[in-house]
Design a protein around this ligand. Structure first.
Ligand SMILES: Nc1ncnc2c1ncn2[C@@H]1O[C@H](COP(=O)(O)OP(=O)(O)O)[C@@H](O)[C@H]1O
Ligand SMILES: [Mg+2]
Length: 197
């Protein structure tokens, strides 16, 4: 197993077939709180992945959740991070993102960290990193999910983000049962964001 990623929350190891995501203890957090938080997030990511597998949503196959070791094992997705290939087809890939986010939201799953680093272009676009995801029916949560994606696109893909995000919204509208409500809330969320500056 070699380390393929290490973020603020977890270390990701892989042997090319499996991925092991381990939430390491944080020395700056009080131990009891840290243990609870890591356990909660590990379990939650497991629950969401297992629901996604049930729905046949394009995400890694979950293999194992261990809330003592604080690890999740899942399928390794070959392919490139969307971040590195978006420029090749920002409109088509934007549409695909939107379609798939629409499916997530229709099932009341909010990703919580939609960025092009958390999507992998396998035979199709697949989503990873459900560590901040939640089950939610709230229009606000779904609008914020899209807003964060917009910000991520704007900061990492500044030459194509606008047209790309338009396609995200188009794909989303076609695939999310209550897209009208979410999109009108998104407008409010964005106004709120702008007023802060
Ligand atoms: N199932 C997977 N298949 C292939 N690569 C993965 C997989 N899960 C994570 N990775 C790689 O590890 C990186 C970090 O994993 P991620 O779940 O996004 O954790 P973090 O919370 O640290 O962002 C990803 O950006 C990706 O490159
Ligand atoms: Mg990530």
């Amino acid at each position: 197993m070699k380390v393929i990623g290490s973020g603020a929350e977890a270390t990701i190891k892989s042997d090319g077939e499996l991925v092991v995501k381990e939430r390491l203890a944080k020395a700056y957090r009080i131990k009891e709180i840290d243990d609870k938080l890591r356990k909660f997030r590990t379990r939650r990511e497991g629950k969401i992945l297992s629901k996604l597998n049930e729905l046949k949503f394009p995400a890694p196959q979950l293999k194992l959740v261990d809330d003592r070791q604080m690890t999740i094992e899942m399928e390794f997705l070959k392919g490139n991070k969307l971040r590195d290939v978006l420029y090749k087809d920002p409109l088509g890939l934007g549409r695909e993102m939107g379609t798939k986010i629409g499916i997530l939201h229709t099932n009341d799953i909010v990703h919580g960290d939609l960025t092009t680093s958390n999507m992998i272009m396998d035979e199709e676009l697949k989503f990873i990193d459900f560590g901040l995801s939640l089950f939610s029916k709230k229009i606000e949560d779904k609008a914020v999910d899209l807003h964060l994606l917009r910000q991520a696109l704007e900061s990492k893909h500044h030459t194509c983000w606008e047209d790309c995000f338009k396609e995200v919204l188009a794909g989303y509208s076609e695939n999310c049962a209550h897209s009208n409500e979410v999109l009108s809330r998104l407008e409010k969320v964005e106004l709120r964001g702008r007023n802060k500056h």
